[in-house]
Design a protein around this ligand. Structure first.
Ligand SMILES: NC(=O)c1ccc[n+]([C@@H]2O[C@H](COP(=O)([O-])OP(=O)(O)OC[C@H]3O[C@@H](n4cnc5c(N)ncnc54)[C@H](OP(=O)(O)O)[C@@H]3O)[C@@H](O)[C@H]2O)c1
Length: 294
């Protein structure tokens, strides 16, 4: 049993990870700013902390054997910018972990991280990853593909889009590839990483299937029992709309930056989890009934 801090422990991956780590018998300390209320495992301690300023992080991490670093944003909002949260925030966590004498940072990166500034989210995640790999704390880096499960921010948005529209807009040719991984499987991989100790390596992880964007839409339609026709919309036509959404909506369904992410393949080997973590991950097909609630 270990004492483990989880930054972003109240988010989508954080909730599932804290459940898995609590079930494995660990003592947990969840760190976040406190903008969300939600279920937290019994006995998990909760500490208010902002990784951007970094104040209070050293105290929050003191006495912890490991920290699972999950804080990141996929969409910028006000002072929560990619650079501040994903890059500098991660560097702040690594520095604080060093000062606090934490023995292992498990960092959740993302498949496709890339220093190319045209992909602002991926570039900031790349910078954050570099802070972990170049830092003084022994580490494990996990790079998941898209994560699905109750509370996710991608598949539930598509399910809503399908429910609310008579036809389903498919951006571009719909052939961008993804490898959805179940959040329960990612949580299991994080728990295994804690158990094994620092690997000092980067592990790409994804589910058992390479799926195109359009195949994902068809699976969601099947799992939620909705008959809809797909209509292809050129990326160029979506861009001004996405720019407008970003300007006027508090939670836009798509932003120009997210459209750009569709240019990048989001896959690794289909046996990545089996070979590195010794179990077969769940496919999206047959495991997406939760989307009926959205
Ligand atoms: N979901 C996916 O499909 C996916 C795919 C690949 C990689 N990832 C990576 O997985 C990690 C977790 O993603 P997620 O989907 O669980 O995100 P999420 O649901 O948006 O959760 C983000 C968490 O970070 C906290 N947070 C945000 N800004 C903060 C700040 N400045 N200081 C402290 N805490 C802050 C949030 O709580 P407060 O708002 O209360 O602070 C929340 O607990 C991220 O690193 C992401 O890049 C996710």
């Amino acid at each position: 049993m270990a004492r483990i801090a989880i930054t972003g422990g109240t988010g989508f991956v954080g909730i599932h990870t804290s459940r898995a780590l609590a079930a494995a018998g660990h003592d947990l300390r969840l760190l976040a700013r406190g903008t969300r209320s939600g279920p937290r495992p019994a006995g998990a301690e909760w500490v208010r902390a902002d990784v951007v300023g970094g104040e209070g992080l050293i105290e929050a991490l003191r006495g912890c054997d490991a920290v699972v670093h999950l804080v990141a944003i996929i969409r910028e909002k006000g002072r929560q910018t990619f650079t501040r949260v994903n890059a500098e925030g991660t560097a702040n966590v690594v520095r604080a972990a060093t000062e606090a004498g934490v023995g292992h940072v498990v960092h959740i990166s993302a498949i496709g991280v890339d220093p190319d500034p045209r992909y602002a989210y991926l570039a900031s995640k790349w910078e954050g990853e570099q802070a972990v790999r170049g830092g003084a704390v022994p580490f494990t880096v996990l790079r998941p593909s898209l994560v699905f499960g109750p509370g996710d921010g991608f598949f539930t948005v598509l399910a809503k889009l399908i429910r609310l529209n008579p036809v389903v807009p498919v951006v571009g040719d719909g052939r961008a590839l993804f490898q959805p991984i179940a959040v329960s499987d990612l949580a299991r991989i994080i728990a295994l990483s804690i158990e094994r100790g620092p690997s000092g390596a980067v592990h790409e992880v994804g589910g058992p299937d390479h799926l195109t964007y359009e195949q994902i839409i068809d699976i969601i339609k099947a799992e939620t029992g909705r008959r809809r026709r797909n209509v292809h919309v050129p990326v160029g036509a979506m861009r001004p709309l996405a720019a407008l959404f970003e300007k006027v909506l508090p939670n836009p369904p798509v932003t120009p930056g997210q459209l750009r992410l569709l240019e990048k393949e989001n896959v690794t080997r289909v046996d990545a989890v089996a070979t590195q973590f010794g179990f077969d991950p769940l496919p999206l097909e047959g495991n997406a009934a939760y989307l009926q609630d959205y």
